[in-house]
Ligand binder design. Structure first.
Ligand SMILES: [Zn+2]
Length: 218
C-alpha cells in the first residue's frame, strides 16, 4: 500500500501545470532554422526597433487568429517554410520572413505547440515582439467550434500563469493599439485590415477567462 501511495505521489509530481488544468499540449515544432533566426532578428530590429541577440520575446499579450482554411497539417507545412511565399507581396516588401504562430488549435480542440511560447513569430504587425499568436483551424464560413473555445481559454489560462500576460485580443482588434506605447512598427503605413477570429468567438473565450481580467485595449 505504501508503495502505491509513493508511486501515486511521483505520478502527481510529474504532471505539469498545463496537464493539471486538463490542457494537453502536443509538441509539433516547426523548423526554426538559422535563416529563420537571422530573419527574425532582422525583423525585430527593422520593424520593432529592437536589437537582440536571440529571437525571443517577453510575452505581454495573446492574439487569437483563425487560419481561413486548411488543416493542421497544411498550415504546419505552410508555417514550416522560412521564407514567405512569393504571392504575399505586401508582406514581402517588409521582410521575407514567413508568418507563423506559437500555437495552432485544431477543430477538435487539440493544441499544437509549434515553437516555444517566448520565441519570436511573425503574426501581428506592430506587436509581434510582445505577443503570443494562437491560430485556430477555421474561417468565416467555417466558424470555430466550442471545443476550440474551451481549448483557447485553457491555453490563455496556462500562458497567463507562465508569463505576465496583460492583454487578450483577436487579430481584428489589433488596430486599437496603433497609437499606443505598445505599438512598435517603424513603417507607419504597414497595416492590414483583419477580421479573424471574429467577435462571437472572442466573446465566448473572454467569458471563460473573465476572472483573469485581461485587457482588450491599451
Ligand atoms: Zn490573423
Amino acid at each position: 500500500m505504501k508503495k502505491v501511495i509513493f508511486l501515486l505521489f511521483i505520478f502527481v509530481l510529474n504532471f505539469s501545470s498545463a496537464q493539471n488544468s486538463g490542457l494537453k499540449i502536443v509538441e509539433k515544432p516547426i523548423n526554426y532554422s538559422p535563416e529563420r533566426i537571422r530573419l527574425s532578428l532582422e525583423y525585430l530590429q527593422d520593424h520593432h526597433g529592437l536589437i537582440q541577440k536571440t529571437p525571443t520575446i517577453v510575452p505581454k499579450m495573446i492574439v487569437l487568429h483563425y487560419t481561413a482554411g486548411g488543416t493542421v497539417e497544411s498550415n504546419f507545412k505552410y508555417f514550416n517554410n522560412t521564407h514567405l511565399e512569393s504571392a504575399r507581396n505586401t508582406l514581402k516588401k517588409q521582410s521575407t520572413l514567413n508568418v507563423s504562430s506559437q500555437y495552432i488549435i485544431d477543430r477538435d480542440g487539440t493544441v499544437y505547440q509549434l515553437m516555444e511560447p517566448n520565441q519570436f513569430a511573425r503574426h501581428t504587425i506592430g506587436l509581434n515582439y510582445c505577443a503570443i499568436g494562437v491560430e485556430n483551424i477555421g474561417s468565416k464560413s467555417q466558424p470555430l467550434t466550442d471545443k476550440q473555445v474551451e481549448a483557447n481559454a485553457q491555453l490563455v489560462r496556462y500562458l497567463t500563469q507562465k508569463y505576465k500576460i496583460e492583454y487578450l485580443i483577436g487579430h481584428s482588434e489589433y488596430g486599437v493599439f496603433r497609437n499606443s506605447k505598445l505599438w512598435k512598427e517603424s513603417d507607419p503605413k504597414y497595416f492590414t485590415g483583419k477580421e479573424d477570429p471574429g467577435k462571437e468567438f472572442m466573446n465566448k473565450v473572454r467569458q471563460k477567462v473573465s476572472d483573469l481580467k485581461l485587457k482588450d485595449k491599451p
